[in-house]
Design a protein. Structure first.
Length: 182
């Protein structure tokens, strides 16, 4: 049965980790979604234009590209698309930008299919979320600041490095590291 012949909601899944994509695609199909999958921003946009999705799960970092661009383009195609941003590189700056651009939720990896489906269907915020008693560590604050400056320069690493008075490769190395936990 082709994607266009079912009544199941269409979901676009874009992540550069092909194995992760295949596993998540299978898990979401078991939860009655018709999943179209892409591993690049360009392929994700092509699939979205060909099969306008009701739902989307987009990785923040797709190769060397930003999933935020894809969020923006998906919303311009259909502002009713419910998008969850998924990332292993979570930061306050990228979470804020994802929501501003139209994502309805922001999840950090590892997230399982049930958590993703819950996020896709969540309509309200949760005021009972616990507030940390401890301030962020210096390393985490640095990482958050780097993310904020990078967002201010539209993801342009060279421009962000100049603004930070830092060598571009140094900034790239710092950004390539996983963020430290609080």
């Amino acid at each position: 049965m082709s994607i266009l012949e079912t009544d199941n909601p269409r979901l676009l899944l874009v992540d550069d980790d092909e194995t992760f994509c295949k596993v998540l695609k299978s898990a979401l199909e078991k939860r009655n979604y018709d999943v179209v999958m892409a591993t690049t921003v360009a392929d994700g946009l092509f699939m979205a234009e060909k099969h306008i999705p009701e739902y989307a799960v987009i990785d923040l970092r797709i190769g060397y590209e930003s999933g935020l661009e894809l969020v923006k383009k998906l919303i311009s195609l259909d502002d009713n698309t419910r998008i969850v941003m998924l990332t292993g590189f979570a930061s306050i700056a990228t979470a804020v930008e994802a929501i501003k651009l139209g994502a309805i939720h922001y999840l950090t990896k590892p997230a399982n299919a049930d958590e993703i489906v819950t996020a896709l269907n969540k309509n309200e915020g949760d005021s009972s979320v616990l507030i940390s008693e401890n301030p962020l560590s210096i390393k985490r604050l640095e990482w958050e600041h780097l993310q904020k400056v990078l967002m201010q320069h539209d993801g342009n690493i060279s421009a962000a490095a100049r603004a930070l008075n830092m060598h571009r490769r140094t900034l790239q190395r710092k950004l390539d590291k996983k963020p430290v936990r609080e």
